[in-house]
Design a binder for this molecule. Sequence first.
Ligand SMILES: NC(=O)c1ccc[n+]([C@@H]2O[C@H](COP(=O)([O-])OP(=O)(O)OC[C@H]3O[C@@H](n4cnc5c(N)ncnc54)[C@H](OP(=O)(O)O)[C@@H]3O)[C@@H](O)[C@H]2O)c1
Length: 300
Amino acid sequence: MRAVIFGASGLLGRSVLRAFDGMTVTGTGFSRSADGLVTVDATSADDIERLLGRDQPDVVVNCVGERRPDVWASTPAQARGRNVDAARLIAEGASRCGARLLHISSDYVFDGKAAPYRPDSVPNPLNTYGRWKLLAEQAVRAACPDAAILRLPVLYGPVQFAAETNLTEIARQVGAGARVELDDVCVRYPTHADDAAEVCRRFAGALLRGQRLGSVAHWSAEQGFTKYRTALLIARRFDLPAGHIRAGEADAVSGERPVDCRLDCQDLPAALGPVRRRLFSSEFPPVVEPWLTPTRPVSN
Ligand SMILES: NC(=O)c1ccc[n+]([C@@H]2O[C@H](COP(=O)([O-])OP(=O)(O)OC[C@H]3O[C@@H](n4cnc5c(N)ncnc54)[C@H](OP(=O)(O)O)[C@@H]3O)[C@@H](O)[C@H]2O)c1
């Protein structure tokens, strides 16, 4: 199997690249194109065409996206390009070269008012990011009708810097000791990037075997955590003071974040076999340990 992973320098893409080890695989990066990755601007049809024309992959996985709220606010056109235009262009490229496409989307396409959500539940995004992810799904379907879309919840895994994920940033706030209020209403289901990547690997194999999976699938871990409970988990696990962390409801009150987007995932294990679902409560602390104090050595 020949594969191209777009966005292989990111949190999920790095895990997907590892999961595809042993296959003939090309990973792309953009600003972080080190370690053998090919630099591709996924908002450039020419860049995509050049790579796919050269590699002629059987399967393409699109992990490109922009999920940093500060970037949505400061450069919305660029952020939209990375979430929507890139999805369309990659889908058009995959379609032209006859590759099967697995496109990564988000639980934020839902409004969080009627969990659990099935793959055929009606999306109703509350914020700009969710609307972009939904537009991307629609563009992918139009450009590549046999594409598969995998929706995932918030991810965690080994990070390259503390702010790379919101969850590691919460842990850093616990260690920093400064007063902070964290939302205790909106529940998320943090999922290990390696588990999501294993789903991608099996999904890609199933697509190539012609297995019928449906055009949209969901994958998620099972434990629900608010930001506040995530902070308490870290404080307890490392015996750190937690008095500076207050429970709030800012995210819920803003109306911009869904309260509960739990994804109904029962279809995938039935189709792909049992997939590991790491427990956030035991797997997250080791991931964030290097970031709790600034003097600890950095690991990746
Ligand atoms: N992380 C989550 O919690 C989460 C949850 C649900 C869904 N998702 C979705 O999963 C996908 C992967 O997310 P992630 O967390 O791995 O994101 P990430 O860590 O921010 O990585 C984003 C990837 O997109 C690449 N990229 C950005 N702009 C690009 C451009 N113009 N051309 C080519 N590549 C570009 C980045 O390359 P460089 O870094 O090299 O610039 C990086 O490889 C995204 O679609 C995201 O929306 C993520």
